[in-house]
Design a protein around this ligand. Structure first.
Ligand code: TXA
Ligand code: MG
Length: 332
């Protein structure tokens, strides 16, 4: 069973040693927990795919201590420098043309690599101590909800990995925004996340286009029919609603749980009613979403009804994850 360790200087030093020796360590980031390995060591990265049961066509993100590390692994440029200035360290990933030093297993054979500079202090200490880019996908079995606490990592992967570095609850709670910058004249949003499209447009201008993720594209091409794109899915059936009207809902305990965006306004609320944020604050809602889905998944509910966020700002990332969570129930 995995050992959960606190980010003391001594522990950081010994986990850096584990990573340099080709081992795996689950790490906290400001978005979600990642499962890290030396990103320049193909054998170490292969262990990530084995531990997660992750298909080899789904490429990994390389985590760097500083934007200056980009030159070691990829082709930088002005657009990435401007985004870095504004959003790094933080929840933004950019896709760049890779250099040959990056193993094929990291990029699933693509000629591009995804990179980001995380802000979580424990992750940054670890990167400084290893002095190598760390490849890290979210630290969950492939297809399940991403972990936002050390205990979530233990629940999902505890019998497959040796160490979890405990950095507390993830502040952002949804994965990073991914922008394809291979052609800086045509940046493409591949995944909404902690940095909003309007924040990115504030730096790059209106040319940001919205695209499909590499994994969805390659999956569509390679996977057996019926196996497509089931990401972030809890086991329980999830149904989405533009608005959950409290007055129209049963107040008795049922086998259906309800998740409102903000706290409904009556004093005595049934125990199967939940909300993502008291006041409907989207940052708070995002930080709580995955932990609540896991909690409800552990209950014996038949269906979880969830209210969608407004389609703007961080609401885009929240709704993207909710739609993916709901996908399983629609396709099986
Ligand atoms: O916030 C995050 O990004 C977290 C933390 C741990 O950093 N990581 C994360 O990794 O969410 P993961 O593996 O669950 O999602 C990374 C996704 C891949 O599924 C793929 O869609 C995309 O990044 N990706 C990676 N390399 C790519 C590439 N070369 N081109 C396009 N998309 C890529
Ligand atoms: Mg993931």
């Amino acid at each position: 069973m995995a050992t959960v360790v606190e980010p003391t200087n001594e522990n950081i030093r010994s986990l850096a040693e584990v990573l340099r020796d080709g081992g795996l360590v689950a790490v906290p980031t400001e978005t979600v927990y990642g499962l890290a390995a030396n990103g320049l060591d193909a054998d170490a990265c292969r262990r990530i795919f084995e531990a997660k049961d992750r298909p080899a066509y789904d490429p990994l993100i390389l985590h760097l201590l500083e934007p200056g590390w980009i030159d070691r692994i990829a082709v930088g440029g002005e657009a990435v420098a401007r985004l870095a200035e504004r959003f790094w360290p933080g929840p933004l990933t950019v896709v760049l043309t890779k250099k040959p030093i990056v193993p094929d297993i990291v990029t699933a054979g693509l000629d591009s690599v995804a990179v980001r500079v995380p802000s979580h202090p424990a992750m940054r200490s670890l990167l400084a101590a290893c002095d190598v880019p760390l490849a890290a996908p979210s630290a969950n079995p492939f297809g399940y909800v991403s972990p936002t606490r050390a205990e979530h990592v233990v629940d999902g992967l505890g019998d497959r990995i040796d160490y979890v570095l405990d950095g507390g609850s993830c502040q952002i709670g949804v994965e990073s925004t991914i922008v394809d910058l291979r052609d800086p004249e045509r940046p493409v949003l591949l995944r909404p996340g902690g940095v909003t499209p309007s924040q990115i447009r504030g730096v790059l201008g209106d040319r940001l286009a919205v695209g499909e993720t590499a994994s969805e594209v390659t999956e569509a091409a390679q996977a057996a029919p019926g196996q497509l794109s089931r990401h972030y899915s809890p086991k329980v059936r999830v149904e989405l609603h533009h608005r959950l009207e409290p007055a129209a809902l049963p107040d008795r305990d049922t086998d259906e749980a309800l998740v409102f965006l903000s706290r409904p306004g009556s004093p005595d609320l049934p125990s199967h009613w939940h909300w993502l944020s008291e006041s409907g604050d989207l940052e708070e809602a995002a930080a709580r979403l995955f932990a609540l889905l896991r909690e409800l998944d552990a209950g014996s509910f038949r269906t979880v009804h969830v209210e969608l966020a407004p389609e703007e700002g961080l609401g885009l990332a929240l709704n993207d994850r909710l739609r993916r969570a709901a996908q399983r129930s629609q396709s099986s």
